[in-house]
Design a protein around this ligand. Structure first.
Ligand code: ATP
Ligand code: MG
Length: 183
């Protein structure tokens, strides 16, 4: 599973439609302080199903919607689309007919989040499992926030275990077990 594009509309400082191509190899994002580099990483985490407003540096989930500036009014919705190359067929079986996947998450003020994969409505859980099975996701240790290393050193053992489970690729299994226990 390879990420190929990241599109943002109304997400944080990216009020106008913005498309980022993710080519094979290393991609660097450079720019002055406050230009939105960290917001791009947050968009990636968000479209993969992040549920913690804190990890997105906000106090509520709607804080990801463009909140306006002196010159521009705020927006009613934010949308992020992640393009995925699935030619290695690492997506779960229900999505594996597709060589490429477009995962969309949209949030509308007062109406919460909705997700689509290639135009089909799916649950947050489906999107989270899609990435967990591929060994990535909103909580992937590959996405390192500022201050996160210090948090890890000071973490409780069970939280540190989560990181190891992500790294070992078993967190999808844990989420499924939790879901079946709820039934
Ligand atoms: P640094 O180099 O300092 O780490 P950065 O390039 O990572 O900076 P970000 O933290 O991604 O910058 O962007 C911060 C900018 O995003 C701030 O100007 C902030 O006002 C803006 N911003 C964050 N959330 C919103 C929002 N909901 N609506 C509008 N602007 C927002
Ligand atoms: Mg930053």
């Amino acid at each position: 599973m390879k990420f190929t594009t990241l599109k943002l509309v109304g997400f944080k400082s990216f009020v106008d439609p913005t498309e980022l191509r993710i080519d094979p190899g290393l991609t660097g994002v450079i720019g002055p302080n406050g230009c939105g580099k960290s917001n791009l990483l947050e968009a990636l985490r968000w479209v993969m199903g992040a549920t913690s407003a804190k990890s997105l540096r906000g106090s509520g989930m709607e804080d990801v919607i463009f909140s306006g500036t002196d010159a521009r009014p705020s927006r009613e919705r934010a949308e992020v689309t992640l393009g995925i190359d699935n030619s290695d067929r690492t997506a779960p079986p229900r999505f594996n007919d597709h060589v490429s996947l477009d995962v969309i998450r949209r949030i509308t003020r007062g109406a919460g989040s909705a997700y689509k994969v290639n135009g089909e409505d799916v649950r947050a859980k489906d999107v989270q499992l899609l990435f967990a099975d591929a060994g990535t996701g909103a909580n992937s240790p590959a996405l390192v926030r500022q201050g996160q290393i210090n948090e890890l050193i000071a973490a409780k053992p069970e939280n540190r275990r989560r990181v190891l489970e992500e790294a070992a690729g078993v967190s999808g299994l844990r989420a499924r077990r939790h879901e079946s226990e709820l039934r």
